[in-house]
Design a protein around this ligand. Structure first.
Ligand code: ZN
Length: 254
């Protein structure tokens, strides 16, 4: 190729990259692309979820700029009354799907790097968690009050404990459905101080929680696991630091 041809070839490549409306200049999903992807693929993704986890009531998924609704860093949200999931359309995702990443990128990503599909799996699990608790209550099964959506949280530690369990299950499903690389080097709080330190909040709720629950959920499965967990009081700060204390006091419903 002569120099002129080379220049044209490079220009052509640049144009090609710029003209793919699904990606922004950082090669990340664009706002336009996120909306298109969610519209086109939500049914397929929900089917993948129900095929591999369990059946789920009808859910509609939309995109919005979630930072306009107070959740500055939120990627997704589930609204139980309306059976709606909203994923943010801000350009914060690393890819649409984990399988689109190169093997080396797959190895490098952490729990903070989320694909659009991973966030949808996470939010679908909030819906599934809600559905499981609602079904238990309708069948007359006991659900501990911290998980009853009444927002009556007598104790701060149990409030964090309930969020810790629910978020941990949602993240566990992201790994279970292989929409993230395996959890490595999890943050492990050593003291109650580490648990309550607000600078650790994200690590505790979205990272350590998965480590805390993995053996238990691997053993009992997602549905049974939720049923056992919500029929017991959530872990206290002390029990979050010492998982053995928590799992040994669980009562297993028959
Ligand atoms: Zn969540």
């Amino acid at each position: 190729m002569n120099t002129i041809s080379k220049i044209f070839f490079v220009l052509f490549l640049i144009l090609l990259v710029q003209e793919n409306p699904y990606y922004n200049k950082f090669k990340r999903p664009s706002t336009y692309g996120i909306t298109q992807y969610v519209e086109k693929f939500q049914d397929i993704i929900i089917k993948e979820y129900t095929d591999n986890v369990d059946s789920l009531f009808h859910i509609d998924v939309f995109t919005e700029n979630l930072s306009l609704y107070g959740g500055k860093n939120d990627l997704g949200a589930f609204f139980p009354g309306d059976n709606i999931i909203i994923l943010t359309n801000k350009e914060k995702y690393i890819e649409y799907e984990f399988k689109n990443l190169t093997k080396s990128k797959q190895r490098l990503i952490t729990y903070r790097d989320r694909t659009v599909k991973a966030v949808l799996f996470h939010e679908l699990t909030h819906a599934y968690f809600y559905q499981t608790v609602a079904q238990m209550k309708m069948s007359g099964l006991y659900v501990s009050s911290e998980y009853s959506f009444l927002n009556l949280f007598p104790q701060l530690d149990l409030r964090l404990g309930a969020e810790f369990i629910e978020e941990g299950i949602c993240e566990y499903v992201v790994y279970y459905l292989k929409e993230s690389s395996p959890l490595v080097n999890p943050f492990i709080p050593k003291t109650v101080k580490d648990v309550v330190d607000s600078s650790n909040e994200i690590y505790v709720k979205y990272h350590y929680s998965v480590y805390f629950l993995t053996d238990f959920l691997d053993k009992y499965g997602i549905k049974k696991g939720i049923e056992i967990l919500v029929s017991n009081k959530p872990p206290s700060y002390e029990e979050m630091v010492n998982p053995k204390l928590f799992f040994e006091r669980l009562i297993y419903p028959s």
